[in-house]
Design a protein around this ligand. Structure first.
Ligand SMILES: Cc1cc2nc3c(=O)[nH]c(=O)nc-3n(C[C@H](O)[C@H](O)[C@H](O)COP(=O)(O)OP(=O)(O)OC[C@H]3O[C@@H](n4cnc5c(N)ncnc54)[C@H](O)[C@@H]3O)c2cc1C
Length: 409
């Protein structure tokens, strides 16, 4: 049994967890981040870095270095509904300091943040360390247990931060109550080769019974095929040939390559959840990011929200943690600060689920009847600045106010 004692233990090395680790280490706090995977590369990671997150990188003095990594700038988000092609969000019109979303493979972004954090002597990152349980003492969370390739690990911490995503084990073990808001869809996730003659924009298309997203990753297309929740078994029973035809119908530009989807192992099912905890904390434990509020992919804003949670948590807790104070009475403040933006964004996602996605995936939508909002964006392009600001900046933007203890303790 390996034993470690730290001021703060973060479960999960996704956007929320790595950003929390970076900010706490920057404030001079002993922090360990535990990530169950061996690296950042995995089946699914949203690839969007939003203007507000890019602004945070400016505040950290890391913006220019981040943009040296390969990325695409999306100044507009395009859609196709039936035969209508249009723009739903226009960042250039939205008066933003950084008027685009940077599409960057998330493993590059997380690796970048982790390398920045590793410059601080109080930061520790353990890969292949899967949290398996909570250590509780006198009704208080006092640490976690984990498995690692070197055997079991016990981390004692004054504060555990659960950032282990929408299937959070920590929140399950904590007994905190989850409020399910429901989602009508799941996503099938797969790659297809990209050719130089293909279109060069990330796009979303609405077709009968589905929505198709194609992310341009230079040498391949990362595809997301939205299906009705629970319908994957039926799709598999119809067979791969029918699936390939469906993909070709949604994305004719790659119809010559859909034959490469010749095995269901190449197609991953991502289950979508929308929920949130009634209370995000217990003595010794705080949940943030998807562990506190699982987000739908709608608007591609979950990463942004997770990063903003991390910044808010560090703003509220880093100073007291650094001075050795008991932070239990402050955990409520993190929830109070972040509940409003979470509610607003989840309400927006639910509205899109109910009005656009549910009728489409249940094949009740008529594709020549374009939703009013999309028609308005075409008629009055100025309106495209509203979703651009919502998606780009979110609601209640956070700025970095946590202390910077410098690179030496
Ligand atoms: C299909 C789909 C598409 C999406 N697309 C986008 C998008 O394009 N843009 C966007 O902004 N949002 C998108 N989202 C939402 C987004 O993925 C999440 O909101 C965001 O990733 C939340 O970040 P997080 O750090 O809280 O959790 P996660 O990103 O889920 O990270 C959690 C981390 O914890 C690790 N972990 C889990 N359990 C343990 C354990 N027991 N021990 C140790 N480590 C553990 C995981 O391996 C993972 O690295 C999408 C969601 C879905 C379902």
């Amino acid at each position: 049994m390996q034993r470690v004692a730290v001021r703060c233990c973060v479960a999960g090395g996704g956007p929320a967890g790595v950003m929390t680790g970076l900010l706490l280490a920057r404030a001079g706090i002993d922090v360990v981040v535990l990530e169950k995977h061996a690296d950042f590369f995995r089946d699914f990671r949203g690839d969007t870095i939003h203007p507000s997150t890019l602004e945070l990188m400016q505040e950290l003095g890391s913006f220019e270095d981040l943009l040296k990594l390969p990325h695409e700038e999306a100044h507009r988000l395009a859609f196709q509904f039936g035969t209508l092609k249009g723009v739903v969000a226009d960042f250039d019109r939205a008066k933003l300091r950084i008027p685009y979303i940077a599409f960057m493979p998330q493993w590059d972004f997380l690796d970048f943040l982790a390398r920045r954090a590793a410059r601080y002597p109080t930061f520790s990152f353990k890969m292949s360390a899967e949290v398996t349980g909570l250590i509780e003492e006198r009704g208080r969370v006092a640490g976690v247990t984990a498995t690692t390739p070197r055997g079991p690990l016990e981390v004692r911490a004054d504060l555990v931060i659960a950032a282990d995503g929408r299937h959070s084990l920590v929140r399950e073990k904590s007994g905190l109550t989850v409020e399910e808001l429901g989602a009508p869809m799941d996503v099938l996730w797969f790659g297809l080769p990209r050719r130089d003659t293909d279109p060069d924009e990330t796009m979303g298309r609405f077709g009968p019974g589905s929505i198709f997203i194609a992310i341009d990753r230079r040498d391949y297309w990362q595809c997301g095929y939205v299906i009705a929740k629970g319908s994957f078994d039926a799709i598999q029973q119809r067979g791969l040939a029918a699936f390939q035809q469906g993909v070709a119908a949604m994305f004719p530009e790659v119809s010559d390559r859909v034959g490469q989807l010749d095995n269901w192992d190449k197609i991953k099912l991502l289950t979508v959840q929308v929920n949130r905890l009634k209370r995000w904390f217990r003595p010794g434990l705080l949940c943030i990011g998807d562990a506190a509020h699982a987000m739908s992919p709608v608007g591609g804003v979950g990463i942004n929200l997770a990063v903003q949670d991390a910044v808010a948590a560090a703003n509220i807790l880093a100073g007291p943690l650094a001075s050795g104070a008991n932070v239990d009475p402050l955990l409520r403040k993190v929830q109070e600060r972040r509940l409003f933006p979470t509610r607003v964004i989840q309400a927006g996602q639910k509205a899109v689920h109910n009005r656009v996605l549910t009728p489409l995936v249940l094949r009740r939508a008529v594709l020549d009847k374009v939703p009013l909002a999309l028609r308005l964006f075409e008629r009055f392009p100025i309106l495209r600045r509203i979703p651009a600001r919502l998606v780009g900046l979110g609601v209640r933007r956070e700025h970095i106010r946590s202390p910077d203890a410098g690179l030496r303790r």
